[in-house]
Design a protein around this ligand. Structure first.
Ligand code: AMP
Length: 281
């Protein structure tokens, strides 16, 4: 595996592969890699001859008071995991390679980015859309792989790629979980032992809500109530937000008569975790 940190080295490596007719699959990440990221790499490996992974903790998607400074960073350990996973190229740029002096563009994806996490974390999806657009333009992959765990992010990226006509196929891979159901996340590293024990209650509560729908409940507020009640059984968890929306448009639904996304964010101490399930339709 080759590691590059600047645009010239990135482009010359990619150019040589393209000249040989290689297809390129790309997995953007913020590092602190776990099996969820590696599942995306696996998906990428099956989609193209060459796999590129980026590691970039993107400052523009963190709000004031969020965890940009303390976000876990371990480039050496990450590089080893990627090498073992058969990645061909790691792109690990410093901030001024992604945002050089004079950088003045912000990508705003209206609609899908504005509700839910977008409303609660102002500027977050502008940061995501801007960095993803920039990375896709730098790498120009045939395929880019994202995780369902960040469902609204996937919707934003798909809208962005469609609207800008970027010649890349966006794939969404399922959420990878611990044996007890907790979605893998780089932020799980922040949890104390007691919080870690409590954390799977989030996914359990999402499954309770899904079951309530599958037993016949079509009213979003009833399904959301079932979710909240199930979550309340775990005192270490406090609910930050829960949204039940159309799985494609991310808009609230009045009745569960199509594929919907139930997405939630919770707090365990200072740590904010997100997860979601898709059902209906
Ligand atoms: P991040 O490093 O958190 O920005 O995540 C990079 C990519 O990995 C995003 O597309 C995430 O949705 C995806 N990802 C994060 N956690 C998981 C998981 N548990 N399962 C599958 N994909 C994930």
């Amino acid at each position: 595996m080759k590691t590059v940190t600047n645009v010239f080295d990135l482009r010359s490596t990619l150019g040589a592969w393209r000249e040989k007719g290689q297809r390129i699959a790309f997995v953007p990440t913020m590092g602190a890699l776990h099996a969820g990221h590696l599942a995306l790499v696996d998906h990428a490996r099956k989609s193209a001859g060459k796999v590129v992974v980026s590691i970039f903790v993107n400052p523009t998607q963190f709000g004031p008071g969020e965890d940009f400074e303390r976000y876990p960073r371990d480039l050496e350990a990450d590089a080893e995991k990627l090498r073992d996973a058969g990645v061909d190229l790691l792109f690990a740029p410093p901030v001024d390679v992604i945002y050089p002096p004079g950088f003045a563009t912000t990508v705003h994806v209206a609609g899908v980015s504005e509700g839910m996490e977008g409303a609660r974390r102002p500027g977050h999806f502008d940061g995501v859309a801007t960095v993803v657009a920039r990375l896709l333009c730098l790498v120009l992959p045939d395929v880019a792989v994202f995780g369902q765990k960040d469902a609204q992010q996937c919707a934003v990226v798909m809208r962005l790629v469609a609207d800008l006509g970027l010649p890349v196929e966006v794939r969404v891979a399922p959420t990878v979980r611990e044996a007890d159901g907790l979605a893998l996340s780089s932020r799980n590293a922040y949890l104390t032992a007691a919080e870690r024990t409590a954390a799977p209650a989030l996914f359990r509560a999402l499954l309770v809500a899904q079951l309530v729908h599958e037993l016949g409940e079509k009213k979003p507020e009833k399904v959301l109530k079932a979710f909240r009640l199930a979550l309340e059984t775990e005192p270490l968890i406090s609910l930050d937000s829960a949204d039940l929306v159309d799985a494609a448009t991310m808009r609230p639904v009045e009745k569960i008569d199509r594929s919907v996304l139930l997405a939630a964010a919770v707090k365990l101490g200072r740590t904010r975790l997100i997860d979601n399930v898709v059902f209906g339709g």
